[in-house]
Ligand binder design. Structure first.
Ligand SMILES: CSC[C@@H](O)[C@@H](O)C(=O)COP(=O)(O)O
Length: 367
């Protein structure tokens, strides 16, 4: 996608030196577009943990490149396994991280030391290309949902509510739920997006609003608590979100607050759709509420907020009462019964084992 007319991806190999890895520092958005250069696996681990890169598919792709960087120095069997394990511990909820590292290990274990670094760059590039094409297709398969809504209300805007950031910067390109929105907008549908602020880290107001603005998609930032009210008053035609892990029975882990949106959507008869690439499926778990590990981040993210002062400085201030404790679970799980359906690169399906088996027979066999 483009920033001010210049095409970007969310991760790429530096074309000048041919080996270092470039990312956009998402902790600096929306104030500054800053490109970071990562040169070893420790910097990659830091980038993922600190959320300089974030979003389920993107952290998998960046971790894959992290393994390639490490193997330039030491491509022994021991290093391969140790670095993959270290990168795999950086964030616990998004399954894409483990998916990408497992795919790298399967590709690299049979390669003789001496040739592993080159093979790792090629395997990481495959993961990145796979993600780009997958996300493009997710957009295509979601588009008919928005076309159908537009057809029911000619001349009126299609109001979509989204949570967190599921755009091109959360993937290698295009995004998941936002890929659907971009393709609808580009095809001329009159879409308008309600962007949940997404406290505590504000992925909605900082990142989604920035992306949509750069692409010219009409949008309005709302407080996280406003969605239910808008649904009660007919102001939301559809909820479209992404996910960090979908279980065999169709339960959906996503950014904290997603479950509350699904409850409100259910109560108001608003369709609640979840967009995901194959790398987000975890057929090894069934009950998402019981089995998906939920990342707990620093409570300071809840007690503080970061923003730009009117004279342009970016500052973090405490918003909670002095001395109060905080708790910061970063994800929640929406049970399949609240999900209208799943949008994947292979088409749409019910959020159920039957639905997923229909689209992914090979994963069903593995489960
Ligand atoms: C790519 S869309 C799916 C999710 O990764 C997204 O909605 C999300 O929850 C991201 O969480 P984050 O903590 O910002 O990495």
């Amino acid at each position: 996608m483009k920033i001010d007319g210049v095409p970007y991806r969310s991760v790429w190999v530096d074309p000048e030196d041919g080996w270092s890895v470039r990312i956009l520092d998402q902790t600096r958005l929306p104030w500054t577009v800053e490109i970071l250069r990562l040169t070893d696996e420790r910097q990659v681990a830091h980038a993922i943990k600190s959320m300089q890169v974030r979003g389920a598919p993107l952290i998998g792709a960046v971790a894959a490149y992290g393994l390639a960087l490490a193997l330039r120095r030491d491509d022994s069997d021991a290093a391969l396994e140790a670095v993959a394990a270290m990168l795999g511990r950086t964030r616990p909820t998004a399954i894409n991280l483990r998916w990408a590292l497992d795919r790298m290990l399967r590709a690299l274990r049979p390669v003789a030391p001496g040739r592993r670094a080159a093979a790792a760059y090629a395997a990481a590039a495959d993961i990145a290309e796979d993600d780009v094409e997958t996300c493009r297709r997710i957009g295509q398969h979601g588009l008919p949902l928005l076309q159908a809504i537009a057809a029911r209300k000619p001349g009126k805007r299609v109001n979509i509510l989204t949570h967190c950031n599921t755009g091109w910067i959360a993937t290698v390109d295009y995004g998941t739920a936002l890929s659907v929105i971009y393709q609808a907008h580009d095809s001329g549908l009159p879409v308008h997006v309600w962007v949940d602020e997404t406290r505590p880290r504000n992925q909605g107001s900082a990142l989604t609003a920035w992306e949509l603005g750069k692409h010219g998609v009409p949008h309005t930032v709302i407080a996280d608590n406003a969605g239910g009210h808008l649904m009660q008053h007919g102001e939301v035609d559809i909820v479209l979100v992404g996910t960090d892990r979908v279980t065999r029975q169709g339960d959906v882990a996503n950014k904290i607050g997603t479950y509350l949106k699904a409850l409100a959507a259910h109560d108001n008869g608003v369709p609640f759709w979840v967009a995901l690439p194959h790398s987000t499926l975890d057929m090894s778990v069934r009950d998402g509420v019981r089995e998906i590990p939920i990342e707990e981040r620093d409570a300071r993210e809840v007690l503080e907020t970061t923003g730009q002062t009117w004279d342009g400085r970016v500052e973090t201030v405490r918003t909670a009462a002095p001395g109060s404790a905080g708790l910061n679970p970063a994800f929640d799980v929406t049970p399949a019964r609240l999900v209208t359906g799943l949008i994947t690169e292979r088409g749409r399906c019910e959020a159920s084992e039957t639905g997923l088996r229909g689209l992914y027979p090979e994963f069903a066999a593995a489960a």
